[in-house]
Ligand binder design. Sequence first.
Ligand code: MG
Length: 369
Amino acid sequence: MNTRIAEARAELLRMPLPRPMQSGSSSGKKGGPVSHINMPVVFITTEDGVRGLGYAWSLLGGATATRCVLKDDFAPLLVGEDALDNERLWDKLYRRLQTVGRVGLVTQAMSAVDLALWDIKGRVAGLPVYKLLGGRRESAPCYGSDGGWLYMSVQEMLAAFEGYLGQGMMGVKMKIGHEDYRKDVQRVREVRKALGDDAWIAVDANQKWDFPTALRVGRELEQLGVAWFEEPMLCEDIPVHARLAAALDIPIAMGETLGSRFEFDAYIRAGAADILQPDIVRVGGITEMVKIAALGDVAGLPLAPHHMMESTIQVACGVMAAAPIEYMPWIAAAFSEPARIENGRMFPPAGPGLGLTIPEETIRRFRVE
Ligand code: MG
């Protein structure tokens, strides 16, 4: 079998979000909700005609730049290489552009390539990626996350949350991070009261606050029985997260904005996070995410992967014993295969590789020229 790469084709889709989003760090031009997601896509084809699909995502910028990196920088480096050599190619791409992007959009372009290479590996083997990775389990519990945005009223949030809980999901997550933190505490209090003491509720500040505010909010959240306090402060500041984690009992969840195993390792060494949240597209794809899962395992810290459930499910079921899936159908409309969720648990697609396809018609409809 000839698995040499013949072509790497880059596209960029701009997909409408199923429900507009607004968080403590992301809002639209006029401060309102964000309505679209950027989805850079790469199709890598071998000389034998096996085609792998990979993708990245971004909300507020970097979309055409990521496509440029895929097309201008990575495609020429990939053609002629063996598509099965994902470790070697990860290292080749990383070292080539390290000086212009150890984290951020270059890493996101690398992630798209890495996903496509794993997709090819699975298609060549005739196996889903999670089986190639280790087949740790067959499904993962989901929590509902696309229903707690800052612009939504408590009633609107509750309607979304009750939908998730009615499907048997383990719980829900809501955004906090208003200018006045007391508004957030009040909203969490009302959600807790409506859903009951036993409901699993996590909150996410998206790096909104400074240390005194985060400490004050964290103490309130402890009283409300919140499952975790996500991204309380600026992600670059590891020592301040270590101080907060030491001061609070509520677990600090961090990681969606970290870009590699080295950044996770720094958080772990500092005791600055209690729950690790790698995003498969921001850390460098499956190859890197598996290593971060091993770091978490050794440190005795739970993982709770961030977003991109359609591909993250492969790693979550391949190597993670207990990590939940964040149910966030932001790019679900791009794929032919609906996510398989039964009794609140997500299952990897049945097909080989990632088990995902994007129809050409979808590409034509949402393509950014
Ligand atoms: Mg988050």
